[in-house]
Design a protein around this ligand. Structure first.
Ligand SMILES: Cc1cc2nc3c(=O)[nH]c(=O)nc-3n(C[C@H](O)[C@H](O)[C@H](O)COP(=O)(O)OP(=O)(O)OC[C@H]3O[C@@H](n4cnc5c(N)ncnc54)[C@H](O)[C@@H]3O)c2cc1C
Length: 376
């Protein structure tokens, strides 16, 4: 007998879909509402590490990821002139044989998980959200913007970093904090010899590429910007082109004209993080994913900790225990891991911005990667 029988998930991002699929597998009835009528994550590529691939394997979509994205082991490090200076190993996640990392277009990963969500029997309503949530002792009544009302044993809020649910349930929580760096991303044709991620260190900005398909890779550039700024999107291709000028490596130089193609889909985001102190539930409503624990991408773990959170929540709700025990166990298993990712990502960011100790950067990276490979 599961702790709860009928659950509502609010938000069909990676975290909400992971939780919903796994709860269905445990026999729980799940409704999911997603506010976006197109139910399609925006953006370019996404880099995932081995532990995230392990989580996707648990959900049952790793093979599809490998087919529609790209997986590999290790990261190559280059100087701006193209001289190879080393590599970062990507150790395997404990208990799994999946590769140490991968890349995929974000909408592709969204589609893979959306198909799995529907196939698991989750009742999905798109273009739909809640308009009122009322909690009683043993159930939650939810009114929706389509005029319907329903009753649930439990509600999972996974409505992302700008969560409205967080504002309502945790009015005291600090909003996401800008950390002084922005990230540029672009989708570019992949040279045949780029078969795993590459990073160029020692230049004025940090540049990396990651294969996301047999034909394409995405490029990411992290740049220090003390103030959070709005940058006119019409200037983005020129700005990125100028950032690549000091990198004489032919792999980067040869891609500069591609930045001006419409399908380069250049994107700029100021980076922010957020960590709401646990517990993440108020009564029978819990928040997961970016809504309570949003990291910067320095450990390529944002999506991963959200997906893992969904898996662990479903595991605890499926055990023969009380709801309070399930919630206590969930927080015990998730808090330290999420905090480590967010805090260490921020430390890596600071070292990069201040041109700080490279050995310290490498040490934090190594230790974090090892901790992440541990079972969840
Ligand atoms: C620039 C950038 C680069 C990143 N790169 C990486 C990376 O390389 N690797 C990585 O692992 N992570 C990366 N991340 C982090 C990753 O994208 C997030 O951690 C992940 O998307 C969080 O998933 P989520 O489901 O919690 O939230 P979201 O992806 O934000 O999903 C929330 C969902 O809820 C829906 N929603 C919102 N409000 C409502 C509402 N009121 N009712 C119903 N539905 C609602 C939204 O439409 C959305 O579908 C990056 C993030 C940024 C900003």
């Amino acid at each position: 007998m599961t702790v709860v029988q009928k659950v509502l998930t609010i938000g069909g991002g990676f975290s909400g879909m992971a939780a919903s699929i796994q709860m269905r597998k445990a026999g729980i009835e799940v409704d999911l509402v997603e506010i976006d009528p197109n139910w399609r994550p925006e953006g370019t590529g996404i880099t995932v590490n081995g532990p995230t691939l392990r989580a996707l394997e648990t959900i049952g979509v790793f093979d599809e990821f490998a087919k529609r994205g790209f997986t590999s082991d290790g990261v190559d490090l280059f100087a701006p002139n193209g001289q190879r200076i080393g590599e970062i190993p990507t150790p395997k996640a404990v208990g799994s044989h999946v590769p140490g990392g991968g890349g995929i277009m974000r909408p592709e990963l969204g589609r893979i998980l959306a198909d799995a969500t529907r196939a698991a029997g989750v009742a999905v309503r798109v273009g739909c959200t809640y308009s009122r949530i009322e909690q009683c002792n043993d159930h939650v009544t939810v009114a929706f913007n389509d005029g319907t009302t329903d009753s649930y044993d439990f509600v999972v809020g996974a409505d992302g970093v700008n969560s409205k649910l967080r504002e309502e349930l945790f009015p005291e929580a600090k909003p996401p904090q800008y950390i002084g760096q922005g990230v540029w991303r672009a989708v570019l044709p992949r040279p045949a010899d780029v078969v795993r991620p590459r990073m160029w260190l020692g230049g004025p900005v940090k540049v990396g590429v990651n294969p996301v398909s047999p034909t394409h890779m995405y490029m990411f550039i992290t740049e220090a910007r003390p103030e959070k700024q709005h940058l006119d999107p019409t200037t983005w291709p020129q700005l990125v082109d100028r950032m690549l000028e000091p990198f004489s490596d032919p792999v980067l130089q040869s891609r500069r004209p591609d930045l001006f193609a419409a399908n380069a889909a250049i994107d700029y985001r100021p980076l922010a993080n957020l960590l709401v102190p646990a517990p993440w539930n108020r009564g029978r409503v819990i928040l997961i994913g970016d809504a309570v624990a949003a990291t910067t991408p320095h450990l390529a773990s944002g999506a991963g900790i959200g997906i893992e959170g969904g898996i662990v929540l479903a595991e605890e709700l499926a055990k023969p225990q009380t709801l309070q025990q399930a919630l206590d166990e969930f927080h015990r298993r998730r808090w330290d891991r999420c905090r480590m990712v967010i805090e260490n990502s921020e430390k890596l960011c600071r070292i990069e911005m201040e041109n700080g100790d490279k050995a310290e950067h490498a040490r934090i990276m190594r230790e974090s990667v090892i901790l992440l490979t541990q079972p969840i």
